[in-house]
Design a protein around this ligand. Structure first.
Ligand SMILES: Cc1cc2nc3c(=O)[nH]c(=O)nc-3n(C[C@H](O)[C@H](O)[C@H](O)COP(=O)(O)OP(=O)(O)OC[C@H]3O[C@@H](n4cnc5c(N)ncnc54)[C@H](O)[C@@H]3O)c2cc1C
Length: 410
């Protein structure tokens, strides 16, 4: 039995749920769902808001085995929903296979990550959710439901926000393993970024820019390249190589390695990021990226008063109904704030006032204010999603206040 904390990983949310259950078997999980009036799935608690929470029971499937099953004909792997990405990645690498992309940390569960549209960076790389080829869930009556690759409901259910019940198994597309290296640079002039944003993000398979908004130049540039392709030089980028060693909790810079030791910023066997932090993130359409950067630099001082670091990444469009990258290539603008809830509460409305008019969509797993009145118009399939939920869970067993406020009822 795994023990499940009542606080989220960032320490800014204490779950209100009456109970957090971690069933030891699938049958036990099914019985629990069937007998509960209100129940919501909980992953590794890496989200920063009340999206998982419920007044009823939180169910965490971390005691069920990962049991990865590779299908080399279909080029897929099927794993337990609560499996951490890093565990899946290691198993695939051991078998000469890979995922197309990973988030910045490998500690998050597969089901929890795909349920919020979690993404990495890369012009040609869709969100982690875009690799889903099938799901198995526990429905409201406790029955197991399989949703295959050709099921028309799959694109609606993948970024499911927990509203379809606990995902027990996830099938992901895989590809042959590949080797990469990541290089760290400093001081990309803002003007170069805004004049030539496409060239900057095309400098590697996966490019991340990390900065504070009052910095005289974009502070850190991390370029993750396929070793089979060209590797951009500092001169080409107009930056300088970063001196010094890689921090202990991060995957190493400047050396070649497998994809899974390069795509995530953080190592699975270390504590990632700051720990005591609050994150928020907005995805703006790629063609509004330069406007968004300018708008945020204009309020750089209040942002930086509470900010540890921002990160800019690119996400390729997908067709998943509630994916923040649905239908459009995007620039994802992320904020890691210090755990200062009052300070973050002061600056978040200012950020939303600048980014929401640019058609921004918030990351479902991070802190944001925009309600269903604003967000409904940003997702062309939002009404279809609500109808799908209503048909699947007519009594609202998997509903919660967060969904009511930010997504709205059917
Ligand atoms: C340090 C840090 C770094 C991060 N880096 C990134 C990043 O690089 N890119 C990015 O996009 N995001 C990032 N995130 C955000 C994170 O990926 C998302 O919040 C993700 O949803 C967390 O997954 P989880 O397993 O912790 O889910 P939880 O926070 O436990 O739950 C999130 C949602 O998933 C649902 N859920 C969980 N398990 C299941 C299940 N078995 N079945 C059905 N639904 C389920 C919950 O009901 C809830 O709706 C980061 C977060 C942290 C703390």
């Amino acid at each position: 039995m795994v023990s499940v904390d009542r606080d989220n990983w960032g320490g800014n949310v204490h779950y209100r749920a009456a109970q957090i259950a971690a069933p030891e078997t699938l049958e036990e999980a099914q019985r629990l769902v069937a007998s509960s009036a209100k129940i919501r799935p909980l992953g590794t608690r890496h989200s920063f808001n009340r999206l998982p929470d419920t007044d009823g029971i939180l169910i965490h499937l971390g005691s069920l085995p990962p049991d990865p099953v590779i299908d080399t004909d279909a080029m897929t792997v099927t794993v337990g929903g609560a499996t951490r990405y890093g565990v899946v990645a290691r198993h695939l690498e051991d078998n000469g296979l890979a995922l197309h992309n990973m988030g910045s940390l490998p500690h998050i569960s597969v089901a929890g990550a795909i349920s919020t549209g979690t993404h990495g960076s890369g012009d040609g790389l869709g969100s982690l959710s875009s690799a889903v080829r099938g799901l198995q869930l526990i429905g409201p009556s406790g029955d197991l439901i399989d949703i295959g690759a050709d099921d028309p409901a799959l694109p609606g259910m993948v970024v499911g926000l927990g509203a379809f019940g606990p995902i027990t198994r996830v099938t992901l597309a895989v590809q042959p393993s590949y080797r990469m290296r990541q290089d760290a640079y400093l001081d990309l002039p803002w003007q170069r970024l805004t004049d030539d944003l496409d060239a900057v993000f095309a400098a590697g398979y996966s490019v991340s820019l990390l900065t504070r908004w009052t910095a005289p130049a974009v502070e850190h540039i991390w370029v993750k390249s396929l070793v089979s392709g060209p590797i951009a030089s500092a001169d080409q980028l107009g930056v300088r190589p970063a001196p010094g060693d890689t921090p202990d909790n991060m995957n190493p810079f400047g050396v070649e390695g497998p994809w899974c030791a390069c795509l995530p910023h953080f190592r699975l066997d270390r504590v990632p990021s700051l720990g005591a932090e609050i994150q928020t993130e907005y995805l703006v359409p790629r063609d509004r990226a330069v406007e968004a950067i300018g708008a945020l630099r204009a309020i750089g001082e209040p942002i930086d008063a509470v900010l540890a670091m921002s990160e800019l990444r690119t996400v390729a469009a997908d067709e998943l109904w509630l994916s923040p990258a649905t239908g459009r290539d995007s620039l994802a603008i992320h904020f890691t704030f210090h755990r200062d809830p009052e300070g973050v509460a002061r600056v978040l409305p200012e950020i939303e006032a600048r980014l929401l008019p640019l058609d921004a969509r918030p990351h479902w797993g991070k802190l944001f204010h925009a309600g269903a009145d604003v967000l409904a118009g940003r997702y062309p399939r939002m009404a279809d999603w609500r109808n799908l939920v209503a048909g699947h869970d007519p009594d609202g067993k998997f509903a919660n206040n967060f969904l009511e406020h930010h997504v709205g009822g059917s």
